[in-house]
Ligand binder design. Structure first.
Ligand code: CP
Ligand code: NVA
Length: 301
């Protein structure tokens, strides 16, 4: 029976714990010459731009001994009207897994429902679960634990925040999100996460209040891919939702700073914070590679 990774709910807490342990082993160089996926092929079907997700998957797939095939939707028949279902059925006959980056989460779900191979969410408008795995690994590396950690997210209630909510619920982290009114995370997803959480998930308005007690303080761009028409309005609404040298001292002294990247320096985060001693953003970006290799091993072996 194939397993998909469309949201964090597709993995249990124990599975996430084991996956993070394996990612840390892989990062240490252990098994560097082991190629468990030799002879396999993994597709990458991306409808949006990507630096980290695309490159970390392509490199990780190669390091595991498999082949990656990048599929630009404009260059395959999907772009000329072949249905998602037919595309999924055909690609399932060639590939062993597929990573998809698209707009509507329902497109990904439709693909997965017609596919007989594991489907991995490489970002949708609603979720970014591969990012959340790397975020968890980074917090674990830097703080030594996840349970009981206080994470503050300052900014848009978007795909990244939605997956962080699920990650916090799964791993018993406390999460406080500060966002302007009207930019909250998805309410259904929030309710589900809260109902199964043993930790607190709080939404409030004041970034300083959210940052208080934080072991880690996280932000993402204000204008996500596909929202370009709302750029001016969002930049106005989010101007006070910036991680800067005035906000950072509200968090614990040893708090780390996280950002999924790409950053819009001078908007949601300032240069001094992003390049400062508390920043873990480039370790976090690196951890995409290790967590995704662990994920591919888990789904395909
Ligand atoms: N964080 C992230 O997913 O980056 P890319 O958009 O560059 O893949
Ligand atoms: N929220 C951002 C994340 C980019 C990795 C977006 O969807 O564009």
């Amino acid at each position: 029976m194939k397993r998909d990774f469309l949201t964090l709910w597709d993995l249990s807490s124990d599975e996430i714990t084991a996956l993070l342990k394996r990612a840390i082993e892989l990062k240490s160089g252990m098994d560097a010459n082991r190629c468990p996926l030799i002879g396999r092929s993994v597709g990458l079907l991306f409808e949006k731009a990507s630096t980290r997700t695309r490159v970390s998957f392509e490199v990780g797939i190669y390091q595991l001994g498999a082949q990656s095939i990048y599929l630009n939707p404009r260059e395959i028949q999907l772009g000329r009207g072949e249905t998602i279902g037919d595309t999924a059925k055909v690609l399932s006959r060639y590939l062993n897994a597929i990573v998809i980056r698209t707009y509507a989460h329902s497109t990904l779900e439709e693909f997965a429902s017609h596919s007989s191979i594991p489907v991995i969410n490489g970002l949708t408008d609603l979720h970014h679960p591969c990012q959340a795995l790397a975020d968890l690994m980074t917090i674990l590396e830097k703080k030594g634990k996840l349970k009981g950690i206080h994470l503050a997210y300052i900014g848009d209630g978007n795909n990244v925040s939605n997956s962080l909510i699920e990650a916090a619920s799964r791993m018993e982290m406390n999460l406080t999100i500060a966002c302007p009114e009207g930019y909250e995370p998805d309410p259904d997803l929030l309710e589900r996460a809260r109902s199964s959480a043993k930790s607190e998930i709080i939404i409030l308005r004041d970034p300083r209040e959210a940052a208080g007690r934080a072991d880690a303080i996280y932000t993402d761009i204000w204008v996500s891919m596909g929202q370009e028409d709302k750029a001016e309005e969002k930049k106005r609404k989010f101007k006070n939702y910036q991680i800067n040298s005035a906000l950072l001292p509200c968090a614990k002294k040893d708090a780390i700073v996280l950002h999924c990247l790409p950053a819009h320096r001078g908007e949601e985060i300032t240069d001094d914070v992003m390049d400062g001693p508390q920043s873990a953003v480039f370790d976090q970006a690196e951890n995409r590679l290790h967590t995704q290799k662990a994920l591919l091993e888990f789904l395909l072996t």
